[in-house]
Design a protein around this ligand. Structure first.
Ligand SMILES: *Cc1c(COP(=O)(O)O)cnc(C)c1O
Length: 383
């Protein structure tokens, strides 16, 4: 695993090359749909911007660098990146997926791909034996999210990658919550890393984007073909914003981690708080695995109140002043969210409750404001 202290240099220079025509230090926004050819078929490697765009290519190189992979591909959103992976499959194939993953991933799997005769087995991937037990000769893909959204469960990436390798399945890890600063799944043997770049990579809540990173050339060629054939590519302006975001990822993540630790400790000792879900606590059920595969524990956490009524949770959700009540996460500003009615409303209630996602659960994306202000805001909202 690479050292914490060289990540800054890596992020600042990832994909950055002075523009060959002017020397501009920042990658220009190539806002163009097409490229002039000097004779039919004679061009500079750029024909049409769905297939090739220099701003997007610079970002795709950066994605590969920051995830220690060979190839990166950018998509119009995180779910478009997930969708591209799903298009590697054919009817009859089977997928093993985490039972408490991001609601939009579950919606894509259950509402779009199930009717195309892809079969899904949802298991608690935090125990790798559950993954091994769900493998059949038809399993083609294992979909892992760690830490999970919003319960912060941890899956042992190396253990699941070994199972995937043994059975010749693709193991794709949604690394959105950790960000490449905290975790690099390819180093642990995963086949593909997926991000919603909308979150920590962009980092400023001003762009929707997704990415995939992989090492295998053949897989890259298949996914590039899907990217250009289905067309869910991001525009150059959005690519520029994410390139810019990546340059400060390490500084932002350091502060997210510091603030996260302080907020988790504060909530945990609060007399009105029942339970805090944060993988940095030594008594978190998978803390040892988190410590093994992550460089820190981040600013994402969830908690429940002793008064488990929706009314009590609603009071907190409506009373914060620094935390804004909104979906999404990973921006510089703190956000508060009610998974049951917001991000995870697409998961049927029965299943949510069975997975441990209570009606009163509150999720925090702790931002990089001053920790004492963040804590004071929670103090007044919880009362
Ligand atoms: C937001 C999110 C996604 C989906 O990404 P979009 O950019 O919103 O399409 C996928 N996985 C996780 C963990 C997310 O938080």
């Amino acid at each position: 695993m690479s050292h914490k202290n060289n990540l800054g240099t890596k992020y600042i220079h990832a994909g950055a090359h002075p523009d060959p025509s002017t020397g501009a230090i920042m990658t220009p926004i190539y806002q163009t749909s097409t490229y002039v050819q000097s004779a039919p078929g004679v061009h500079k490697g750029y024909e049409y911007a769905r297939s090739q765009n220099p701003t997007r290519f610079a970002l795709e190189e950066a994605f590969a660098v920051i995830e220690n992979g060979k190839f990166g591909l950018a998509f119009a959103s995180g779910v478009a990146a997930t969708d591209a992976v799903m298009r590697l499959l054919v009817p009859g194939d089977e997928v093993i997926a985490a039972h408490d993953m991001y609601g939009g991933t579950f919606r894509l799997f259950s509402k779009v791909y199930e009717k195309m005769n892809i079969k899904f087995h949802y298991v608690d991937t935090s125990n790798a034996e559950n993954v091994a037990g769900a493998i059949t000769p038809k399993t083609k893909l294992i979909w892992v999210e760690t830490p999970t959204n919003p319960l912060m469960n941890i899956t042992d990436i190396a253990a699941v990658a070994a199972i995937g390798k043994k059975h010749n399945c693709i193991v794709c890890v949604d690394n959105t919550f950790a960000s490449p600063y905290l975790q690099n799944p390819l180093d642990d043997g995963a086949t593909i890393v997926m991000h919603s770049a909308t979150k920590y990579l962009g980092g400023h809540s001003d762009v929707i984007q997704g990415c995939l990173v992989m090492n295998d050339q053949d897989l890259r060629d298949q996914l590039y073909f899907i990217q250009k054939s289905t067309g869910a590519v991001p525009g150059p302006q959005d690519c520029f914003l994410v390139l810019r975001g990546i340059k400060t990822l390490h500084v932002r993540m350091q502060r997210h981690c510091e603030n996260g630790e302080k907020v988790a400790a504060y909530l945990r000792q609060h007399p009105k708080v029942e339970k805090v879900y944060w993988c940095g606590f030594p008594d978190h059920p998978n803390h040892d695995i988190a410590k093994k595969q992550m460089r820190g524990f981040g600013g994402m956490m969830s908690f429940t109140l002793k008064d488990d009524s929706i009314a009590a949770a609603t009071k907190v959700l409506s009373s914060t002043k620094i935390f804004s009540l909104a979906e999404s996460l990973g921006g510089v500003e703190s956000l508060i969210n009610h998974p049951a009615s917001m991000t995870h409303a697409s998961i049927p209630r029965e299943q949510r409750i069975a997975n441990g996602l209570a009606d009163g659960l509150i999720r925090l994306s702790v931002g990089i404001e001053d920790a004492e202000d963040i804590i004071a805001d929670l103090a007044q909202a919880i009362g």
